[in-house]
Design a binder for this molecule. Structure first.
Ligand code: DC
Length: 224
């Protein structure tokens, strides 16, 4: 079994790269951000302030999350409902970031993430995979790119999905969210000491995938 940790800020391309690498290597891709987004979504439906730790914590017993793989695609079920793209809205990104700073939320999602990794060879992407979830990962990569490159990618991704957004708003919200994620007290989004730093501002998606595959090959000998 191999464990690969990919961390980095939003728009660094980690999910696109991790998804492609998982398909190439025949291992399971785990998008851990989707779990925080699902909690954020639930908090939003309850009209609760996502920064209010006490109120958010009180909602956690009402949440059952189930991660399933349907035709190779990760689906998160919240209390029996497949949330699909509902968790991809920019508003939910901000809710996810806010609730992810609450220790009880991180604790709530810990076992779900660890148990998937215990049962499967995985490539997981998130913010604390190399530091908290898979501290013994075979490969740890921290992906970054310039603010502008990341915002442009996120803008294109949202536009393609039909979400109406302005580039300037995407850039501003992205910088705000990354600052939240980096500066929080618990499991901040920082590289693990033994992570390989990969700035892919100038890389195409294909080149980023090749770069990561090569690192994995070097470190584990795994090619397919
Ligand atoms: O990867 P993403 O943009 O879908 O993540 C949404 C938010 O969830 C992100 O702003 C911070 C939080 N998150 C986290 O704290 N830890 C993770 N492992 C993954 C996501």
């Amino acid at each position: 079994m191999i464990k690969i940790a990919i961390d980095g800020p939003s728009g660094s391309g980690k999910s696109s790269v991790a998804k492609a690498v998982a398909a190439k290597l025949g291992i399971v891709y785990v998008d851990t951000g989707a779990l925080y987004r699902s909690v954020g979504y639930f908090v939003r439906t309850k009209d609760t302030d996502p920064h209010d730790a006490e109120k958010v914590e009180a909602l956690l017993p009402l949440i059952t999350l189930d991660v399933r793989y349907e035709n190779g695609v990760q689906c998160v079920y919240l209390n029996g409902e497949n949330l699909g793209d509902k968790i991809r809205q920019p508003e939910i990104s901000m809710y996810a970031s806010a609730v992810s700073a609450i220790p009880a939320v991180r604790e709530f999602l810990l076992e779900t993430q660890k148990s998937i990794a215990r049962k499967n060879s995985v490539i997981m992407d998130g913010r604390d995979i190399g530091t908290v979830i898979l501290p013994d990962a075979d490969v740890k990569i921290f992906m970054t790119a310039s603010n502008e490159a990341r915002a442009l990618r996120r803008y294109k991704e949202l536009s393609e999905k039909g979400v109406e957004v302005k580039y300037e708003d995407v850039l501003r919200e992205m910088i705000e969210r990354d600052e939240n994620d980096r500066s929080r007290a618990v499991a901040p989004a920082v590289p693990a000491k033994d992570a390989i730093m990969f700035d892919n501002s100038e890389y195409s998606l294909e080149d980023s995938i090749d770069y990561v595959i090569n690192i994995i090959k070097e470190k584990t000998g795994k090619t397919e």
